[in-house]
Design a protein around this ligand. Sequence first.
Ligand SMILES: [Zn+2]
Length: 365
Amino acid sequence: MPENQSNTKKAFLRATQTTPIIDHHAHPLLKHSAINTCPLMSTIIGVHSDTMYGSRTGLAHIRAITHLSALLGCETTWDAVEAAIVRRQGEEYNKWIQRCLSGIDSVLVDDCLGDAEKFEPYNHLDIFTRSPSKRIICIEEVAAKCIDLACVAYSEPTEAFSRAIKNFIGAIEKRLDDPAVAGFKSIICLRTELAISPAINVELLQQVFQRILNDKNLGNLDAPTGFGHAPLNDYFLHILASLIQNDEGGHKKPIQFDTGVGGHDRALTASSPAHLQEFIRTYPDVPIVILHAGYPFTRETGYLAAMYGNVYADMGGVFPLLSRNGQEEVVRHILELTPVSKILWSTDGHYLPETYLLAIDQCTI
Ligand SMILES: [Zn+2]
């Protein structure tokens, strides 16, 4: 390699290894008392489908084992790695977490993970980072709570619907003003689909709401509210985007969209970020972040980030889910068209600190 190229490479490596990381999408850690509630392998390798879980021959899995075993000073087998991790969980766990998160300056934490009892609060991560964490608010969770409250307060559908919308607007306005909240996230890709309808049909919305209210009145209060109903999901997202678009605060908070990879229960063909194009055009002042590089729709992600000023491409989740070659391909696809300033990085770390560690280390070695 010519000397000037070699110097450039060294300077680039130095920059990647010393630049403080803003991890703009991750999740809380499990409380120490709950770390045994998640299978180590599926959590750390990051894939939960039965097929992948059963396979120990995937390249990403082999790479993760090689890396973790070197770090933990054990044999290069999953069983040895698992035993070494369990030992770390038993002794000086905080020191190990600190090692796993080293390099991260601050984390934007999506703390919508269901059972709050099992997880540390979002700002628990502040112990291990230089700057305080901020929250990312899951929009579907907020909407579900607003609907539940309205259904308890009103039995007449039009009144309950109107109260749910008022509750939701109030909840979003509060979070737009909250400096601890960095932005919002939508899991509409998991619930219905990314192709958010541009048209709002109030009559249809009220019919959907009537069905939800009927369910509640039948005593089905514990059922997850609503969010298999596309018109309602779409409507709440339009309300959120309109509130952000019209927010007169200096900095507009983004909406992160879960896209692409996400397990066997997700409709792959409906999870391409290309389905968001109409929504992106409708709200040109709303920053939109496409999570997980939209993998496997990575070129679509890069295209949207390049074509629209309000779109950003995130590369979290790709590390450590893919093989090294796959990760490099994703970076190449995004860089084909997307300016570097539109690319964001995240760990998508969750539950266990090793998920952060693999994401960070695989980007810097
Ligand atoms: Zn996530």
